[in-house]
Design a protein around this ligand. Structure first.
Ligand code: GAR
Length: 222
């Protein structure tokens, strides 16, 4: 797999499983040249993922790797890895990719794979995030962009955004408010990485935030 070259444009792969709205936010940032990157491939484990159509409409190559075609997780991950390599991908964005990856895959892409999760990690990793946040009675919810480590929804944090939890919120209304924040911080985090402003030191990401990102790292203004 190609190594990252300082200053070179990232060659992105985006992994999705469904709607693809975060992928779309990354595509829009790329189209508007807010991110110094080329999107080489959008890959889904589900053929019916709506995001595949959005990517194709944007002129981006797509691939489907259905999990059921492979005997186990390692074989599935190897097939995904092979598609990414063939496309020349050197940096990966998980955007609603809902399959657990094997330790071997995660190690191969260490510090070159980020994920977005709809909570203020380390709170509420995993599924049913918004239901658990509402049950816990938290006053702030939010989202996190982080480098991927083996434990689900863990790894060095690049960016977070907080949103209020309102008294009459249900899962749908909270998810919608968080999703709007996701669409702001995912491109922002990727831009910081693409500009070489993020260094991963052990389990922390050190961000050399320029003025345009300083406020946004905590709670992006509209
Ligand atoms: C997003 O809310 C994303 O944060 C979440 O799935 C949704 C995908 O929506 N990811 C996770 O929960 C990962 N643990 P999208 O397909 O419209 O981007």
């Amino acid at each position: 797999m190609a190594q990252l070259t300082p200053g070179a444009r990232l060659k992105l792969g985006i992994l999705i499983s469904g709607r693809g709205s975060n992928m779309q936010a990354l595509i829009e940032a790329w189209r508007e040249e807010r991110i110094s990157a080329d999107i080489r491939l959008v890959l889904s484990n589900k053929a019916e993922a709506a995001g595949l159509g959005l990517a194709a409409a944007a002129g981006i190559a797509t691939a489907v790797v259905p999990y059921r075609d492979y005997p186990d997780r390692a074989a599935f991950d190897a097939a995904v890895d092979a598609k990414l390599r063939a496309a020349g991908v050197d940096f990966l964005c998980l955007a609603g990719f809902m399959r657990l990856l094997t330790p071997g895959f995660i190690e191969a892409w260490r510090d070159r794979m980020i994920n977005i999760h709809p909570s203020l990690l380390p709170a509420f990793p995993g599924l049913d995030t918004h239901r658990r946040a509402l049950e816990a009675g938290v006053r702030l919810a939010g989202c996190t962009v982080h480098f991927v480590r083996f434990e689900t929804d863990t790894g060095p944090i690049v960016a977070q955004a907080a949103v209020p939890v309102l008294p009459d919120d249900d899962e749908a209304s909270l998810a919608a408010r968080v999703l709007a924040a996701e669409h702001r911080i995912y491109p922002l985090a990727l831009r910081l990485i693409a500009e070489g402003r993020v260094r991963v030191i052990g389990e922390k990401a050190l961000v050399d935030a320029p003025a345009w990102a300083a406020g946004a790292l905590v709670n992006p203004a509209d």
